[in-house]
Write a protein that binds this ligand. Structure first.
Ligand code: UD1
Ligand code: CA
Length: 466
């Protein structure tokens, strides 16, 4: 029979020390919020271990905001409201009071919303210990040379108990094994012992840690890597967990064949995909839902958000891509900007100081220098000279420019949209195209040059020597 687990995410706290506008569960973490991480790991934990059950977030501080964020992304997550934050045991009582179903699960798992590095692996290890030993509860612990602020683990001959920092004696404070705040408990056990938890302690709070007692059938599972359980209470800790998560992401990508020149200065969001053989230079930001193919080169200073870069393409130094597509073997940069809706065809080339917006460039198109292409379609193998501009905006509306295939568009020319240029056209340098051009046509619009011999000296100013 399938085991059932009720998972509880403690998310009622305020998180004052983060000094953010948002409640703590909604503090930013990589491209997500803190609370996304435990929810995602719980989902993995359920499916890996073939468990059924529910996830419930205990909310309190700014509960509407927290609830609307979670339910828009994870409609299956349930909520329990803790009106006043009277302690972690009180939070769990709020959970059990929220629905009688919560009493029926074999196990109750408690995780905090502010420990984003805890993964499905630790949860699974706890479950395995619980099953093997047939015990009533497991608490995840770790050793911390500077244990300040944590509950200390006092191991008995059987079982253990936890003393909070405030309530600990000087001797107890020297103990370096500390409580992580992550627990897996038999539901019947926690229901029975939660009843007896009082607030007779220095904080006047109801401590969930009081359900663990010497002589009871409970185990403290000590994990060697304590940083996994680091909670985010201030901005320094937030930076630390983000660094850890990023390192894990980079390690996974490296395992899959991605080469990093200096991963300490490479910023990659959680959902980014990168194929084998790709090289990533330092000072690159690859974020959002970006997908990068195989054997791609991403040079230094590149910033790529919500974009697709196909196999064998190149993003050269200091190039920005946002909601853009670079097809196979296309090149962009150095110093190019591909704004939303840029779709750069296979083997196309975007050079330095070129800005592209909402434009589809077909196979082999070249826009090599100093140009703006917006709201445009350009046919295959067309060459756009240096300093070309699609004049797409009339002050009120944007208009479309269409240029056919195999065209030659001379340097310093403009198209005033809406306008269409057919296939195999030739636009002379410095021409302003305002009228449609049929296939195979030539356009020129510039004043005749007249040359006056010897006249330059009238115009050349020479500085007087002092
Ligand atoms: C808790 C543990 C401590 C452990 C530490 C690990 C208790 C009594 N102590 O202490 O042993 O070493 O975590 O980080 O549990 N919360 C609520 N409602 C409340 C109080 C807290 O939802 O009324 C939530 C918080 O938002 C947070 C989590 O529970 O996500 C932990 O609460 P916190 O106040 O940070 O507990 P600590 O004092 O750090
Ligand atoms: Ca804490």
């Amino acid at each position: 029979m399938k085991m059932t687990v009720g998972a509880v995410i403690l998310a009622a706290g305020e998180g004052k020390r983060l000094k953010l506008d948002a409640p703590k569960p909604l503090a930013p973490c990589l491209d997500k919020k803190l609370v996304d991480f435990p929810i995602r790991e719980l989902q993995k934990f359920f499916s890996r271990n073939n468990l059924t059950g529910t996830q419930t977030a205990v909310i309190g501080h700014q509960k509407e905001l927290v609830q609307s964020y979670i339910s828009s992304r994870y409609p299956e997550v349930k909520f329990a409201v803790q009106e006043r934050q009277l302690g972690t045991a009180d939070a769990l009582r709020a959970y059990f009071n929220s629905s009688s179903n919560t009493h029926q699960f074999d196990y109750t798992l408690v995780i905090c919303a502010d420990t984003p590095v805890v993964s499905e692996k630790e949860l699974t290890q706890m479950l395995e210990l619980l099953k093997q030993e047939g015990c009533d509860g497991v608490a995840a612990t770790f050793t911390e040379s500077n244990p300040k602020g944590y509950g200390r683990i006092i191991r008995g001959t059987k079982g253990f108990h936890i003393v909070e920092e405030k309530d600990a004696t000087d001797e107890q404070r020297k103990i370096t094994e500390v409580n992580s705040g992550l627990y897996l408990l038999k539901t019947s056990y926690v229901l029975e012992h939660l009843k007896n938890v009082d607030s007779n302690n220095k904080s006047g709070e109801f401590y969930l840690t009081d359900v663990f007692k010497d002589g009871f059938n409970v185990k403290a599972l000590c994990f060697p890597q304590g940083h996994i359980f680091l909670g985010v209470n201030n901005l320094e800790q937030l930076e630390f967990v983000e660094t850890v998560l990023r390192k894990q992401k980079i390690a996974d990508l490296r395992e899959g064949g991605v080469r990093f020149i200096d991963s300490n200065h490479t910023y990659i969001d959680d959902e980014v995909e990168i194929g084998a053989g790709t090289v990533v230079y330092p000072n690159t930001y690859i974020t959002g839902k970006t997908k990068i193919g195989k054997n791609v080169v991403i040079e230094m200073g590149a910033q790529i958000r919500d974009s697709e870069v196909a196999d064998n393409a190149k993003v050269l130094a200091y190039t920005l891509l946002e909601d853009a597509k670079l097809h196979t073997k296309a090149h962009a940069g150095p110093f190019a900007r591909l704004r939303p809706g840029s779709d750069i065809g296979p083997e196309a080339k975007i050079g330095n100081f070129v800005e592209i917006k909402k434009a589809v460039l077909d196979r082999g198109v070249k826009v090599s220098h100093l140009s703006y292409v917006g709201d445009a379609f350009i046919g295959e193998e067309t060459n756009i000279g240096c300093g070309f501009i699609t004049c797409n905006y009339d002050g009120a509306n944007k208009h479309i420019t269409r240029i056919g295939k195999n065209c030659f568009i001379g340097s310093d020319s403009q198209t005033v949209a809406p306008v269409e240029i057919g296939d195999e056209c030739f636009v002379a340098s410095a021409t302003t195209v305002t009228k449609n051009m049929p296939d195979g046509s030539f356009a020129i619009s510039r004043g005749q040059q007249s040359t006056k011999e010897g006249m330059a000296k009238r115009f050349i100013k020479v500085k007087e020597k002092k």
